[in-house]
Design a protein around this ligand. Structure first.
Ligand SMILES: [Fe+2]
Ligand SMILES: [Fe+2]
Length: 299
């Protein structure tokens, strides 16, 4: 059995000292938004409680689907790097960026450079983006495939994009990993499912993503961005593929979104007859320690 833990949307806080100059452009609206909402509802202590609960389940690998930070200031990217270091050897953790990690033009570049250790390819397709997506990492029976949907957007927008170059790269990696009988997990920040988010937060390229899956197949898709614990299904090559979201790991109680959760996937069986179960763990009510919120048989 292989155990994969899935965390997302840490939105690490608090924001470091911010100068007026750094608040140029989109960051002004983001900073006001953070002061109003996120500062109140996103608690560091909450993430720490999730992490120690997660460690007690001894996951074989940890997947983090983006939005590690808020405004993608250099100091935040470095803080997130230290936080990633604290999770253990980088070989055990995979990351894809979210829209908050690519908050303004140039931020994605810096995030990818700072977090390179956690996004490094064992195998890259013939065509990748200039930041090296998609990438493939072999971990046990898994092919962990990282896709980037993160792009800098205008103020008040939080949309993402799945480009045609990534579609070609993803198809190539899925086919290779499928031929090696690996259990293929795709990580992407934005949900590749129609109607899963408001229009200004949506992924552009959903149809393109789903076309790749119908042609090449996959065993599991995991995403963040919505801060919701959802399971959708999309068509794959050999049957339907679960698309699993997770509540934000940095979310404190008392917000309209569910309090902090993470997902534990247990993968068992063999190629053609995989078994996949999902346990959602997180904060509930007044309890200090995370509890099991839900369990689902996905395959
Ligand atoms: Fe987020
Ligand atoms: Fe997001």
């Amino acid at each position: 059995m292989f155990r994969l833990a899935h965390l997302s949307d840490i939105h690490l806080g608090p924001l470091p000292g911010v100068t007026y100059r750094q608040l140029a452009s989109k960051r002004i609206t983001g900073y006001i938004n953070w002061q109003r909402n996120r500062r109140r509802n996103l608690h560091e202590g909450v993430t720490e409680r999730l992490l120690s609960d997660m460690a007690s389940f001894e996951p074989d690998h940890v997947a983090i689907t983006g939005d590690l930070v808020n405004l993608a200031l250099d100091a935040e990217l470095e803080m997130a790097q230290l936080w990633l270091e604290s999770l253990g050897p980088s070989h055990g953790v995979s990351v894809v960026p979210g829209n908050h990690d690519a908050y303004v033009p140039g931020a994605l570049e810096r995030a990818c450079r700072t977090w390179d250790k956690w996004m490094r390819a064992d195998m890259a397709p013939a065509i990748t983006t200039r930041h090296g997506f998609p990438y493939l990492q072999r971990r046990g029976p898994l092919a962990v495939i990282g896709v980037s949907s993160a792009v800098a957007t205008a103020p008040f927008m939080a949309s993402g994009s799945f480009s045609s170059e990534q579609a070609r790269g993803l198809a190539e990696l899925l086919e290779k990993a499928g031929a090696e009988n690996l259990f293929r997990v795709i990580m992407i920040h934005h949900p590749p499912v129609r109607g899963a988010t408001a229009t200004h937060k949506r992924l552009y390229g959903i149809r393109r993503f789903q076309k790749v899956l119908r042609k090449a197949g996959a065993e599991l898709v995991i995403h963040g961005h919505t801060h919701l614990a959802t399971t959708h299904w999309i068509a794959g090559k050999d049957g339907r593929v679960p698309v699993v979201g997770v509540a934000a790991a940095g979310q404190g109680p008392g917000s309209s979104k569910p309090a902090a959760q993470y997902n534990l996937f247990d993968i068992d069986g063999k190629p053609g007859a995989w078994r996949l179960t999902l346990q959602r763990r997180g904060l509930k009510g007044e309890a200090i320690d995370p509890v099991t919120i839900a369990s689902e048989d996905l395959r």
